[in-house]
Design a protein around this ligand. Structure first.
Ligand code: ADP
Ligand code: MG
Length: 841
């Protein structure tokens, strides 16, 4: 609403045309011209004045209006980065922190030492950094060591509407830090930037800010977008998206296409399909020859969706070609992007704002699936080429940046994205949006913490954001692959904030370590679920990071000395505890390596999808070969009992060895390791080693690339350390007698029973301990597919349980009267454990 908009005070309007300080920035002409086109430039004065007059300002504007790239520059020019003070900007996503810092440095003609980024394990910030992009988690850690954030003059919380857990806590914390800094006469400014969604969560909460902060709304040039619903809701939305993209490309005027799918694998699958349907000229001949093969393999893909991933090398080649094409096209256009003229008259006669009428009608191009694929591919290949680019958060940032490069001459841009393209990145020239209406989220069981990735409907707000992406440069169209009835009846208005969906263990410990004891009273924009808080607290008590005490008749929990040690590591509390307990017997290099390997997903491949064709042609044989390698790595005796973590340790060691001989890629292909995962682990190892050295400087730990396998004694200790980190993730094999007593005997065959889970859990087929099937195990996680499966399994001895997982044991007769609470037992045990860990085997 107009009256909501912040109006600068009158005197400023007249007297302060220019801010008091003006730091000169030397921008290139082309950049300056592009900037001037951004809607936010018109608001520069209002924004700078509002920030100088108010401690907290909310800035709302549609995606692409220029908030992230421009506001830091406004503040830099207004003098907020002088005298060694910094402008800090937080992003919920790592990719955004990196790519935005690069973009802003480029726009301002400054070096990456001055406009820098810092994410969990990586960064280029220096002492001369004046604008610092970081993930919200990084800023939270900084608050732990410097509560008043004395190095910053302003903090910008970006993408606040995404409601990430850390951004939510930062808002709460900063609502207290800002007045403290003000009181000291050294003001800190807070800018909350958000899309225009649900602003009242920040403004209408009296616990948060005493004085309601002013809201500045940046009007963006949003052109009308016509929304078309499908008559029927397609179950196979990837196939449906392919059909829709083909129809748009062959029948509708120029304009980029943006397709929203749910995950990386779906994105890659569709990228491949579209690239082979509308190839570039050089590749067309070759493609025709391979058409038979392509259509066959596509068919195969759709059957085994989960296991298909685009061959990275093949994609890289495509990318290389694509980049060259783009450079050529850019040269031809002398760096300017021009869009072809579109006859809008043809457009406006189309019926339907929000109706079910499909612009393309049902009788457009024949249905791809029911068609003879081969013929069809050939037919489509005769069209204009399509410039197909993937976009998802794990894609390397140089490849992500391709979406900003104008497509090669004569081709149509088509970006296939996950929800990263919803708000944090804006792709110019998109005219058609195809929306599958779904989103992939990780759902957690509130009590057990068991997680499963599920694809659900996105919220109405998200669907509308997606549609809006079509109207950046002119009127656009959004094709929703679901019916309006589904949209109206089954879509939630907003998706709940992350803090109400995820386990909050990490958050709770960090807050308690900052002396915020009553988490329930903390001024969250929306409070976390109480059940989640309670179960996180219980897990942390089990872990020994918190201890419960009775004060004034009430049980409260406090951080233990071990808890403080755990919270100093930038990893989850479980891993933090494993690190904190590993300082003896030369265990740390192994624990660091394990924690690094366990933090990276899918290190060991299950099916051959990368590398040589020979492997793909003989998948069974390849899998057998990988299995043998892994069994060899797992070893025998004590070594085998360490189980899957031992395979990881040996894999990392062997990969490092191959790397020193320049054969890493080949080695990864041969042994079924994901190359990117291995390089990521290596980065994490170095970073974690640095962290450990910061916390325990006496140890002076180094990363030994050729880490020798642990001795038998060490691997026994590592098993205990794994148990100490996961005392609540213990499973016991259901024995024969027990099975006889159950009603459903088949159901419990080969099953394990976990604490707090009624259903049987099973050892996953990828575990090296499956054959041995030890009686007691500890696992990394349980995930749900057709059954509940344990992943990352290690054998343990039952006699260790009273020491490391006392809460799982009934101690009878009771040690103390009244019956022991976790705190009393764990406190004693951890004095013992931390003091004489090596001796209690
Ligand atoms: P907001 O934060 O409001 O969503 P941004 O500041 O991210 O907006 O983007 C402003 C404009 O800058 C957009 O039009 C976007 O396309 C453009 N832009 C952002 N990053 C890049 C980049 N790396 N290269 C080229 N253009 C970019
Ligand atoms: Mg932004």
């Amino acid at each position: 609403k107009e009256e909501d908009n912040y109006k600068p005070k009158e005197r400023h309007k007249n007297s302060a045309r220019k801010p008091a300080v003006f730091v000169l920035v030397n921008r290139e002409r082309k950049i300056q011209e592009d900037r001037l086109k951004l809607p936010i430039l018109a608001e520069e004065q209002a924004i700078v004045e509002a920030i100088s007059e108010n401690p907290v300002v909310i800035l709302a504007g549609e995606t692409g209006s220029g908030k992230t790239t421009q506001v830091p520059q406004f503040l830099y020019e207004a003098g907020y980065a002088r005298n060694g003070r910094m402008i800090g900007i937080t992003e919920p996503r790592r990719v955004a922190a990196i790519s935005m810092s690069k973009r802003v440095a480029e726009e301002m003609n400054l070096s990456s030492a001055e406009v820098s980024y810092l994410i969990r394990f990586e960064g280029n910030a220096t002492d001369s950094t004046c604008i610092k992009f970081m993930t919200d988690g990084v800023l939270l850690k900084e608050i732990q060591s410097d509560f008043l954030l004395s190095r910053y003059s302003v903090i910008i919380l970006d993408e606040a509407h995404e409601r990430s857990v850390y951004t939510d806590i930062l808002i709460g914390l900063l609502s207290r830090i800002v007045p403290l800094r003000n009181k000291r006469g050294d003001p800190l400014k807070l800018v909350i930037m958000s899309a225009t969604l649900r602003l009242e969560d920040f403004t209408g909460n009296p616990h948060l800010f005493k004085i309601t902060p002013p809201v500045i709304k940046v009007e963006s040039r949003q052109f009308p977008v016509t929304v078309h619903f499908n008559k029927r809701t397609a179950a196979d939305y990837v196939a449906e998206a392919f059909t829709k993209a083909c129809k748009i490309h062959t029948q509708l005027p120029e304009g980029g296409i943006l397709i929203f799918l749910t995950g990386q694998q779906e994105v890659n699958r569709l990228v491949r399909k579209l690239r082979s349907a509308f190839p570039f000229r050089e590749r067309r001949k070759e493609n025709k020859k391979n058409n038979r093969q392509i259509s066959r393999s596509e068919n195969m893909n759709s059957d085994t969706d989960e296991k298909v991933e685009v061959d990275d090398e093949e994609m890289e080649l495509d990318m290389e070609k694509a980049i060259q094409n783009a450079r050529r096209a850019k040269k031809k256009h002398k760096g300017e992007v021009t869009l072809p003229d579109i006859n809008l008259d043809n457009y406006s006669v189309i019926p339907g704002d929000d109706t079910e009428v499909d612009l393309l009608g049902e009788d457009g191009v024949e249905d791809i699936e029911s068609d003879d694929d081969q013929l069809h591919m050939r037919g489509l290949a005769a069209c204009q080429p399509m410039w197909v680019l993937p976009l998802y958060s794990l894609l390397p940032s140089n490849k992500q940046a391709l979406v900003f490069v104008p497509p090669p001459d004569g081709s149509r841009l088509c970006v296939i994205a996950t929800n990263v393209a919803e708000t944090s990145l804006t792709i110019p020239s998109v005219k058609y949006v195809v929306d599958c209406g779904r989103v992939k989220t990780r759902l957690y069981d509130k009590v057990t913490g068991v997680s499963a990735f599920t694809v659900t409907w996105c919220s109405k707000a998200a669907a509308n954001q997606r549609a809006g992406r079509a109207g950046r440069m002119g009127p656009g169209h959004c094709y929703r692959l679901y019916s309006s009835a589904v949209f109206n009846d089954q879509f939630e208005q907003f998706s709940p904030p992350e803090i109400q969906r995820k386990p909050v263990d990490d958050l709770l410990l960090q807050m308690k370590a900052m002396n915020i004891d009553k988490v329930v009273n903390f001024p969250f924009p929306s409070p976390p679920d109480l059940v989640q808080v309670k179960s996180a607290e219980r897990r942390l008590v089990l872990l020994g990071a918190l201890s419960e005490q009775k004060s004034e008749g009430e049980w409260t929990s406090r951080v233990t000395p071990l808890g403080y040690a755990i919270s100093a590591f930038p990893v989850t509390p479980r891993f933090g505890k494993m690190l904190a307990l590993s300082h003896q017997q030369g265990l740390l290099p192994y624990t660091v390596c394990l924690v690094a390997a366990l933090s990276v997903q899918e290190v060991l491949l299950e099916v051959p999808i990368h590398g040589c064709q020979e492997q793909r042609e003989n998948p069974k044989q390849t899998q057998r070969h990988w299995c043998q390698t892994r069994r060899k790595w797992a070893g025998v005796g004590n070594s085998l009992l360490l189980g899957d973590p031992m395979v990881l340790l040996r894999a990392v060691g062997a990969a490092e060895y191959a790397n020193t001989h320049g054969q890493l890629l080949q080695f990864c292909t041969d042994s079924g390791l994901r190359h990117k995962a291995v390089t990521e682990i290596r980065k994490l190892r170095i970073q974690l080693t640095n962290e450990v050295n910061l916390n325990l400087p006496d140890l002076n730990l180094c990363v030994d690339p050729n880490m020798p396998p642990p001795t038998d004694f060490q691997s026994k200790l590592l098993r205990q350390i794994l148990l100490a980190g996961m005392p609540d993730q213990v499973a016991h094999k259901v024995d024969e007698d027990e099975i006889k007593e159950t009603e459903d005997k088949m159901k419990w065959k080969h099953a394990y029973r976990c604490a707090e889970m009624e259903e049987p859990v099973f050892m996953h087929s990828s575990s090296v301990l499956r054959k041995k099937s030890p009686e007691w195990v500890v696992y990394q996680e349980v995930f749900e597919t057709s059954k509940l499966y344990m992943r990352g399994v290690t054998a343990i001895e039952p006699e260790w349980l009273p020491v490391y997982a006392p809460a799982l044991c009934n101690l009878s007769p009771p040690l103390v009267d009244p019956p022991p609470r976790y705190d009393e037992v764990t406190e004693k045990i951890f004095c013992h454990v931390t003091g004489t860990f090596g001796n209690c085997v």
